[in-house]
Write a protein that binds this ligand. Sequence first.
Ligand code: PBG
Length: 324
Amino acid sequence: MVFPDYRPRRLRRNPQLRSLIRETRLSPEQLIYPIFVMPGKGKREEIPSMPGISRMSVDQLGVEAKELLGLGVQHVLLFGLPEKKDAAGSQAHAKGGIIQNAVQELKNKVPEIMVTTDVCLCEYTDHGHCGILEHGHVNNDATLEILAKIALSHAQAGADIVAPSDMMDGRVAEIRAALDENNFDMVPIMSYAVKYASAFYGPFRDAAECAPQEGDRQGYQMDPANSREALREATLDVDEGADILMVKPAVAYLDIIRSLREEFDLPIAAYHVSGEYAMIKAAAANGWIDGDQVMHETLLSITRAGADIVISYGAKEMARLLNG
Ligand code: PBG
């Protein structure tokens, strides 16, 4: 059928027709809101490069969670800034560590909020790398045991989902085994299966004070030029027992989201990262774009590409927009 018999504009005539044939819908239920937790009491500090996002102390989390639930956002992803850092990142799995306390606080105060924790070392090591450093390189196998310890300590504190973001080989299997041996066989792993060595993480590294002191993360995070390798990474994580596969960043990697969607039947998450968020905010603050509309279009695109779950700093404002 061709013009003039077929006229695509017939179904675009008014909002009711457009919404009838809409293929992709955003909903607050698919969003996860990241939160940076800092030491102290009664603290909220705006992050300059991430307008609208604050680091907050543990005692603030209850109020934050209630606000999110009120908007229909049921999931948070926690990142911690520890009181002190050391070479082995020991505060990451410490009893009474920042994330362990944060999880407990949330589960005590607002049990309905679902808490996912970031499992990584970079916020806890004094050198800022995601694992144990040896002669300037991250030692993969020495890091695995520590990652498993971190994930277990989060589960023990009450985490609903653990999300390893370190990009060590073999960590999903190691974490799954540690959880299962300790009766946490019902705690899912959302694996950062495909995480690129991306410059879009810039604002996050300010927020979480975790930029590497020396070198970069290209020895463990993926080369942005590669897409076949993304399928190999994801296959490994599926075989090791991942429950949800994540792609990160999101907007610059929509093709990767789509190819994972086509290859795998697990739920796919995409992380709309700090730099992607900051660019929208900066342009909106200048009056160059309509920030709300661009945020909506962006998160919609990520969903259309094939993500079931979207992790975004824009989750709150998006939920507000969607709720009308
Ligand atoms: C920790 C981690 C990072 C992000 C999430 N987990 C930073 C990094 O790998 O350098 C980035 C998130 C964002 O930019 O919003 N490994």
